[in-house]
Design a protein around this ligand. Sequence first.
Ligand SMILES: Nc1ncnc2c1ncn2[C@@H]1O[C@H](COP(=O)(O)OP(=O)(O)O)[C@@H](O)[C@H]1O
Ligand SMILES: [Mg+2]
Length: 283
Amino acid sequence: MASPDDGNVIVPDSGEAAVKVINLVKTFDNGSVTALDRVSFTVPKGQLLVIIGLSGSGKSTLLRHLNRLHLPTEGSVEVLGQDVPALTRPELRILRRNIGFVFQQFNIVGRVTCIENVLSGALGRIRGPRIGAMMYPKWLRVEAFEQLDRVGLADRAWQRTDTLSGGQQQRVAIARSLMQKPKIVLADEPVASLDPEISGQVMDLLVQCCIEDEITVLCSLHQVDLALGWAHRLIGLRDGKVVLDSPVDESLDHNRVMDVYRELDPTGAKRDEYVSSDIDPIS
Ligand SMILES: Nc1ncnc2c1ncn2[C@@H]1O[C@H](COP(=O)(O)OP(=O)(O)O)[C@@H](O)[C@H]1O
Ligand SMILES: [Mg+2]
């Protein structure tokens, strides 16, 4: 029998850091590609961190280490007080229940209803497989409706997910990851395939929900301007190295933002990748 208590998996709590990465190195292809080069940073609980960088700078590789989709070549990765590479399979399963992942490609099942996609986010909280929304306990269906309502899609609950727009599908994916009741959300360029106006709306929703639920967020983006309204901190990656680690506050004025772009792309050759049409920081 499933019960709400099944969701209360206790993760040992050691201090305030949600994520602690020390001297992380990741190489691919027998060492010929260095994707991450001695990356170190600590993320306190509740922080909204944005990782920026051009494509190929190592953003996805970094995020994938946090739920052990990658193992480090060197260095250490601690998440919620756990030494991630050292976890046993059952320990890893517990950690992953506490980490929501939002992908650029949404990763939802198009041929099923929105509510079923959202409910699938709760699979780690109950025992046994479920096929179809009605197989989930009523208290979870109520919760899934609430999550869909938070992202403005309660009226679409019974609609096939692939009939929704891209922005709506990503909102379903956000509702699904919130359904997991995560402590951390990793979002890997969650709005990269959406147009700029929709991107802003989807980011706002994601961030608002995470603030309400006191979730720590690590989100990769390639446009700095999308982060400035809400991020607590920016980390910039270039060729796998941290080239910037800055709080987002009054000190990050327009000139500083221009510096951020220059640190990522010193020659300005790739500005089209990360500068939205309405700002022109490198001139
Ligand atoms: N599985 C892999 N095998 C080989 N090289 C990889 C693999 N994953 C990533 N890379 C390389 O690592 C670097 C960083 O990639 P990635 O983390 O995907 O960057 P980003 O997400 O910032 O675009 C790139 O040079 C990429 O080609
Ligand atoms: Mg990537």
